[in-house]
Design a protein around this ligand. Structure first.
Ligand SMILES: Cc1cc2nc3c(=O)[nH]c(=O)nc-3n(C[C@H](O)[C@H](O)[C@H](O)COP(=O)(O)O)c2cc1C
Length: 225
């Protein structure tokens, strides 16, 4: 029996989208992606994700608030993110992916203004019409639920890919957790892991065709038999 390769194509061709078209998803499309993601596995089926999907006027308000928070350098992450903590091969991989990304869009190493603008583009959701903010409650030290949120996020991203849509997970949005909670009226008890901006990828933007590659299987997988 020939095994269909549909899943292989979806999983291996997915790339993050960093330039979206303004066209929103239809309600039908949006619900199907959310239902797909809802089927993600989780520890003891606890489904700890609390997902706020933001579009339209609230999206505008959220983006303005994020830009203002950034202007004030008002960073309020629920969970730290320190690039200096990535050393050795992890630092090398991060640097290589940054290089590939900036080369693809013709931004040089020393062009600090252009690189800063790219970072700020996160806060306008790369022009996506929708952003999903992924929150979770405090359960123990958060680690198990964080794994569940990762499961949810990947199902969400693969659903988008399977439907010809694009998305990007964004830890950067988590750096403004307090601002996000304020705008969306979310309880302090829910902690923000990251956001996923999503919509239709701009087919003409070079930033949507960056292949950062992956290390060889033997660098990540140890087989025992
Ligand atoms: C949890 C998570 C958070 C991320 N946060 C950001 C972010 O804040 N901004 C950004 O531009 N890319 C972000 N990315 C995208 C990664 O840089 C990207 O997935 C990685 O370079 C591999 O590229 P690919 O997904 O196109 O294969 C994030 C990815 C993940 C999984």
């Amino acid at each position: 029996m020939k095994v269909p390769e549909i899943f292989q194509d979806i999983a291996r061709s997915r790339r993050v989208t960093r330039q979206f078209l303004p066209t929103p998803l239809s309600e039908h499309q949006l619900n199907r992606v959310l239902l797909d993601a809802q089927h993600s596995p989780s520890n003891c089926n606890t489904q700890p994700w609390q997902v706020h999907v933001v579009s339209g006027a609230t999206r505008e308000r959220l983006s303005s608030a994020l830009l203002a928070a950034d202007d004030r350098q008002h960073f309020t992450p629920d969970f730290e993110f320190d690039m200096a903590a990535y050393t050795g091969v992890f630092a090398e991989r991060a640097q290589a992916s940054g290089r590939a990304r900036y080369e693809a869009i013709d931004i040089g190493r020393e062009d600090h203004a252009a690189r800063a603008a790219c970072l700020r583009h996160n806060l306008t959701f790369f022009d996506a019409p929708h952003v999903a903010l992924l929150f979770m409650p405090k359960i123990s030290d958060y680690v198990r639920s964080a794994g569940d949120i990762g499961m949810y996020a990947q199902t969400f991203l693969l659903s988008l890919q399977a439907r010809g849509l694009g998305g990007i997970p964004q830890t950067l949005l988590g750096m403004y957790a307090e601002t996000v909670r304020e705008v969306l009226g979310v309880s302090e008890e829910l902690k923000l892991m990251f956001g996923i901006s999503f919509g239709h990828a701009d087919p003409h933007s070079a930033s949507n065709f960056v292949d950062v590659g992956r290390v060889a299987l033997q660098d990540s997988v140890v087989r025992h038999s």
